[in-house]
Design a protein around this ligand. Sequence first.
Ligand code: NIG
Ligand code: FE
Length: 419
Amino acid sequence: MIKLLSTPSQILTINTSGKNLKRGKDLSEVNAVDEHSIVIEDDIIKDIIPNSSVKKKSFDVVLDLDDKIVLPGLIECHTHTAFTGSRADEFRQKLDGIDYEKIAESGGGINSTVRAVRKSSFEEIVNEVKPRIDNFIAQGITTLEIKSGYGLDFENEIKLLQVINYLNEIYAIDIIPTFLGAHTYPPEHFNNQDEYIEIIKDKMLPHIAKQRLARFCDGFCEATAFSADEIKTIFASADANGFKLRLHTEQFNAIGGLDAALSFNAVSVDHLEVLKEDDIKKLANSDTVAVLLPGVSFFLNYQYAPARKLIDNNVVIALATDFNPGSSHISSLSLIMSFAALKMKMSIEETINAVTINAAKVLCLNDKVGSIEIGKRADFSVFNCQEYANIVYDIGKNLNCITMKNGDIIYNSTELSFN
Ligand code: NIG
Ligand code: FE
């Protein structure tokens, strides 16, 4: 079936010069074109043609997008969406001045959600997570990463990964599971931490690899979680089991996580709020993406990652919500783009590339999605606004009105349809 997305006011991002990622000066280019339409064949972008050469009759169906702006389907590359329960009580404690690390030390934090998840059945988790996925789709997100990390024993980590894989089957969007068994130590291993690492290495990783429950293995290198040496031990095993590696690191303390991740060629290092000036050059020109999470800084009233310095040093950067119940209970990706612009001094164009092509790079899908280029998946978000700046400028507002995945409309708040 040949479809036409006809006469939008603008299309972006249509060109990555064959690189499928953006860094340095390229990051501020969204390559917008006016007066063009998009041809889709089945689930693939076939062509981007000038409106003057459009003959509507030669298409099976046409969707008129007058005055709308078409972007690639947005990519949310870092979330902890698979949780149950609420941590509103901790939010109250935070408002009273108790900080996130203190709450974690006293048994709250990640382990409070672990208690909730362990009590929840597969079906209960699915039912709590579904509306969150619907909310991401309504924003124009067509590829969504979700981590485990709230089970922290064999049974419950597998249960979470099975939930995430099941959700990927029943939803039209791509849901990418990440194994985060090394999120923190569960209470039963506070006093025998080596044993938990053995369980990750000898039981969880081989099983997850064999059952193909996740392609990515993530960890949290932090004073309250895993040391750099512990992460290296886990990564060596994950690497041997064929996983691609990611790391939450330099969030509160710089304790060697960045070096550990780089020594394993991790696909991303995430957070970096306390990244040292001298360490920025270690990421310069590397293919490891710096995933910045300004929602966490906002939510915790904490310092922001040095986005400008990273960009000026040619580091590939992506943006994500880090949606989770404790440190970023924020599920709006456009709000994150606004924070990135206002708090980290990123330009509007830089924020757009950071949630499209560079976020696709984090998930190793940048040859298939993340830009509107011939041969890529027909994944689009359609924004109802005068100019693309509104996506970032209209703070906290969802301007996406149509989400398309593989050439099909999967969310639509307009009266428009393929005719
Ligand atoms: O990415 N840094 C560790 N993990 C999450 C927080 C998860 C939680 O508090 O539940 C994060 O910020
Ligand atoms: Fe996270």
